[in-house]
Design a protein around this ligand. Structure first.
Ligand code: C5P
Length: 291
């Protein structure tokens, strides 16, 4: 048997713009995505010669109910896609996921796990796929999976599969708040069709300020056209933003289709102080830096 453990990093949308609706029903997007240190751990064991198995627990070792432990789980689906594409016989696979990334948060938790499975299997089998081919396999699992394979900072277009790495060489410090409700991605995208965006992001300007490590100028340029639409049903998103700004964030926005909201802080100590200050019963709070 062969085993590997791969960290599955969450993502933030520093910007998210919708350019239109595609003929396949998906939305044409233009985003700046950032991988952050908040992560699940995905352990893959191949060669079990037994029926496939998937287990999930939280960071305290408590088994997680409610997360599908079969082919409905993106991580399982990713492994199926890998073996089919590599034309390899089924060796028997065991997947174990230690989950820290909250679900239905816009943090790409499930997609990050799927990406970790693809990267892990690719490593165990001697790298049969290059990064681009692996990202193409990832796109078959879900729109956020290609970015989760690439990591770092990237301008992401199309459905999520057109990636241009935009390395920053600076470190950003974030506090992420996840309210106790989740948001359905397909429902929010469908609702957004009725409410065209009033303000659009300027991704290049944001990246320029982040490269210059000018967080005060970058903060107000964080922008997500899905945020006002989500806030119509969940005004708490706006109050969490206000709390992050009052706690010292240079800017704060919902990530992806929510419901998590993140703040960009001037430095690590400011972010960690805000993390302590913001801890409450209404939402979970996480410190994370760019990776
Ligand atoms: O690709 P994925 O399965 O993660 O997408 C989930 C849902 O989000 C899609 O079924 C679609 O409703 C919506 N979506 C979209 N446009 C995108 C990405 C996702 O409309 N670019």
């Amino acid at each position: 048997m062969n085993t590997v453990t791969i960290p599955a990093y969450a993502k933030l949308n520093l910007t998210l713009d919708i350019l239109g609706i595609r003929s396949d029903g998906y939305h044409e997007l233009d985003m700046v995505m950032q991988a952050v240190s908040l992560h699940d751990d995905v352990t893959l064991t191949t060669g079990t010669r037994a029926p496939w198995m998937l287990t999930c627990e939280d960071s305290k070792g408590t088994p997680l109910a409610g997360i599908p432990c079969d082919e409905k789980n993106l991580a399982w689906k990713a492994a199926q896609i890998f073996f089919r594409a590599a034309n390899l016989p089924d060796p028997g696979v065991k997947l174990h996921i230690v989950k820290r990334i909250p679900e239905q948060a816009g943090l790409a938790g499930g997609s990050a796990d799927a990406a970790a499975v693809l990267r892990g299997l690719n490593r165990l089998y001697g790298e049969p796929f290059g990064t681009e081919a692996l990202c193409n396999l990832g796109a078959k699992c879900g729109s956020d999976v290609p970015f989760c394979i690439l990591g770092g900072t990237a301008r992401v277009k199309g459905r999520g599969e057109v990636l241009s790495p935009t390395p920053l060489d600076t470190v950003q410090h974030y506090v992420i708040c996840k309210p106790d409700f989740g948001i359905s991605t397909p429902k929010l995208f469908a609702l957004s069709d009725q409410y065209p965006a009033q303000a659009h992001p300027d991704p290049e300007k944001l990246l320029t300020h982040l490269r210059a490590d000018d967080k005060q100028s970058a903060g107000p340029l964080l922008c997500n056209v899905l945020e006002p639409v989500a806030a119509m049903e969940h005004p708490q998103i706006l109050s969490i933003r206000e709390e992050l700004l009052a706690a010292g964030a240079c800017g704060a926005r919902m990530t992806g289709s929510g419901s998590a909201v993140f703040g960009l802080f001037p430095d690590e100590s400011g972010a960690k102080q805000a993390e302590i200050r913001l801890k409450c019963n209404e939402y979970s709070v996480f410190y994370a830096c760019s990776v």
